[in-house]
Design a protein around this ligand. Sequence first.
Ligand SMILES: Cc1cc2nc3c(=O)[nH]c(=O)nc-3n(C[C@H](O)[C@H](O)[C@H](O)COP(=O)(O)OP(=O)(O)OC[C@H]3O[C@@H](n4cnc5c(N)ncnc54)[C@H](O)[C@@H]3O)c2cc1C
Length: 476
Amino acid sequence: MSDNGTGPLLPLERLNRLENFGHSIHSPGYLYRPTQIEEIEELFAASRKQGVAVALRGSGRSYGDAALNSGGIVLNFQRMNRILEWNPETGIIKVEPGVTIEQLWKYTLEDGWWSPVVPGTMFPTLGGVLAANVHGKNNWRAGTLGEHVLEFEALLPNGKHVVCTPKKNKDLFYGIIGGMGMLGVFTSITLQMKKVYSGYLEVKAWVEPTLERMLAAINENKEEDYNVGWVDCTAFGKRLGRGQMHTARYLEPGEDPNPAQSLSVDAQVLPDTMFGIMPKSIVYQFLRLGMNNLGAWGGNLAKYILNRTLEQNKVDRWTFTEFSFLLDYVPNWERSYGNGGLIQYQSFLPKETAYDTYMQILRLSKRRGLPSYLGVLKRHRPDDFLLSHAVDGFSLALDYKVTRRNVARLRKLTADLNQIVLEGGGRFYFAKDSTLTPDVVQAYLGEETVSKLKKLKKKVDPQNVLQTDLYKRCFG
Ligand SMILES: Cc1cc2nc3c(=O)[nH]c(=O)nc-3n(C[C@H](O)[C@H](O)[C@H](O)COP(=O)(O)OP(=O)(O)OC[C@H]3O[C@@H](n4cnc5c(N)ncnc54)[C@H](O)[C@@H]3O)c2cc1C
């Protein structure tokens, strides 16, 4: 079939080798890049007729298999990337699903508006981040991005168009946001942006010597607008889980003497060099040398000592992009994990069980010789979305290197970690996941939620058109 809907659905020339963000999963898919809603309608109609599964894909920045569909169709939305409406008075913006977070802030910031919630990278699409219902480093305060959506239009796999708001088609609003592309395609998204008075945030940095102190520091700083902990998962004994804290707050009107300058796109664009001379594009190749257990231990130790010596209790002004997209600073940093790539394991624990559960996770990973090389700690609050990942508590996102030699042990480790998280009353996040099985999903979401999802799916997608590898793995 061509992009205008005629011909075979799976022609060889559309076959591509697709990957997850961590380059640890590879999957052949027949790639389509629609520019118009009509092309999606035609493709869905043909898929329903021929029984071929379709997966939706934005920028492919999910860590696991959320945007892959082995042997089936993958619909990539990056070409549907127009800003449809913008009101700089109210901060309300309407976009197509392929608009990226980067496009969004570049369009609105000079008018004094920033996205109320952003993930740790600016490259995902709005369709992708809403399908995951992303959280930022302000989740306990601002909620998820879905909580700032005023309205969206979606095309359902049964061919129907719907308009959803928190009041209209409520079940679909709370199901498609966070629904990981299983229930429908966002065709337009209307979002309320946040008014800001400077392109700077006031950032405080300091180190904490234990995980217990890190968790307490996050709780004690809940009046800040953002907070995040960078956790050392390689340290020994009581120091395991220590790290650096960052909190940040928006500036009030008048605090920035030259807001027009700091809000300009030029002031926010991340530099291409490090230390003024080294092209950042080659940095990941140097990082690669240290991506082993010894190197990660040494790197984390050096970072801790440097931060304790030079950054302790430092208060500074950072641009929004520096603070929000720290990981984008090193292009292709994920490639430093080597040919096997990486997986991320993010678990969400209620505040009552977080400390004990995270210590168990960190200790077990170390004992098995599989420490995470980077841990990121955040504070969360629950939300009303059907497949919510959030809790009144914390999340710890752990990056694990994958190699040919460790892959079986890593699979066993993460299966054991899943049980530890369940025992702690925890939850998981599909955007980061590559380890869940249907029994674990059923256990953390609960039977009622899974059955609601299946009912909704049957209603909007009776022929099971929308399927990703994640959907098949987690829901059978
Ligand atoms: C470095 C890094 C940092 C990150 N930090 C955070 C963070 O701080 N917080 C957080 O919450 N997440 C974070 N993420 C995860 C990321 O935000 C999500 O995985 C997001 O979904 C990626 O968007 P994407 O456009 O790449 O979508 P993809 O990965 O391509 O797809 C994600 C899901 O969206 C579905 N989808 C895509 N387009 C549509 C559409 N138009 N309609 C309906 N469904 C669609 C897909 O089927 C898939 O299930 C991070 C990821 C990276 C790589």
